[in-house]
Design a protein around this ligand. Structure first.
Ligand code: URA
Length: 236
C-alpha cells in the first residue's frame, strides 16, 4: 500500500471489500477522515490519517514478515487448484498482498519466508544478491568425498550451460549432507544431486542468509520475524 492514496482504495484494501461497495458506504456518510465525514471517494489520505468506517477505526498494518515451517504437501503459491498452499497455514489479515520469498517444492520442508514487502524479498530472490540458502539433504546413495568436492566446485545441471556457483557442502553422515547455495534455480538441489549421480530422498531448508528456522516452530507453525531478523536481509 503506497501513500498518499485514495480513501476508497484504502478502505477497500483494508476491509477486503469491492470498491463499488466502499463508494456506497462513502456516499452514505459512513466514512470519516480524522473525525470528519467525507462523501468524496477520491480524497487522498496519508499514512498518519485516522480513518473510521461506521465508527470503527481502520488500521494499516504496514510491512509484515513471517517465517513458516513448511510441511510436505503444501505449495508455495497464492492459489492452487489441486493442493493446499502455505497461505492456508497463516491466519492473518490481507493475505492477498503477501508472497513467498523463495519457493520450496511441494515435498520440501522447512524455512519459508512470507512478506508483503517486495523490496525486501527481492534481496533474497535476486540472483545478483547471492544470498546463501542452507538445506539438509538426505540421499539415496552414499555421499562420497568426490561428490562433495564436485558440489563445492560447481556442477553441470541438465539443460544449463553454466556450472552452478561455488557452494558449501559437508557430510553429516553416509546418507545426509548440509548444502548451502547462493542461487535458486528450478529444483536446484535435486538437480545438483542428480548431477553427482545421487538422488534426494528428503529435503529441508534450515536457513536463508542469516535467518535460521526457529526450532520452536512445529511443522505448519509460523511466527513474525523479529526486527533483527528483518534487518539481516537489508544489511547484507
Ligand atoms: N532445491 C530443490 O530442488 N527443491 C527445493 O524445494 C529447494 C531447492
Amino acid at each position: 500500500m503506497k501513500f498518499p492514496c485514495r480513501i476508497d482504495k484504502f478502505v477497500s484494501h483494508i476491509n477486503e471489500l469491492p470498491r463499488s461497495k466502499v463508494k456506497i458506504l462513502i456516499k452514505k456518510g459512513e466514512v470519516a477522515i480524522n473525525g470528519i465525514v467525507t462523501k468524496k471517494s477520491d480524497v487522498q489520505i496519508g499514512a498518519d490519517d485516522l480513518i473510521e468506517v461506521s465508527g470503527k477505526q481502520l488500521k494499516y498494518l504496514g510491512k509484515r514478515y513471517f517465517m513458516l515451517n513448511k510441511p510436505q504437501g503444501y505449495v508455495c503459491a497464492n492459489h492452487d487448484e489441486l493442493h493446499p498452499t502455505v497461505f492456508d497455514l497463516l491466519n492473518e489479515p490481507n493475505l492477498k498482498d503477501f508472497h513467498v520469498a523463495g519457493r520450496l517444492d511441494i515435498d520440501t520442508t522447512g524455512l519459508v519466508l512470507i512478506t508483503n514487502d517486495g523490496d525486501w524479498s527481492h534481496q533474497i530472490t535476486s540472483p545478483k544478491k547471492q544470498k546463501f540458502k542452507t538445506y539438509l539433504v538426505e540421499t539415496k546413495e552414499i555421499i562420497t568425498e568426490e561428490s562433495l568436492e564436485k558440489l563445492r566446485h560447481g556442477v553441470a545441471l541438465h539443460n544449463e550451460k553454466q556450472l552452478t556457483r561455488p557452494a558449501q557442502a559437508e557430510a553429516i553422515d553416509k546418507y545426509a549432507l548440509r548444502l548451502s547455495i547462493c542461487e535458486g534455480k528450478y529444483h536446484q538441489v535435486k538437480r545438483m544431486l542428480a548431477a553427482v549421480e545421487n538422488h534426494v530422498v528428503e529435503l529441508h531448508r534450515e536457513k536463508i542468509s542469516g535467518i535460521t528456522l526457529d526450532t520452536n516452530l512445529a511443522q505448519g507453525e509460523y511466527r513474525p520475524l523479529t526486527q533483527q531478523e528483518v534487518d539481516i536481509i537489508n544489511a547484507k
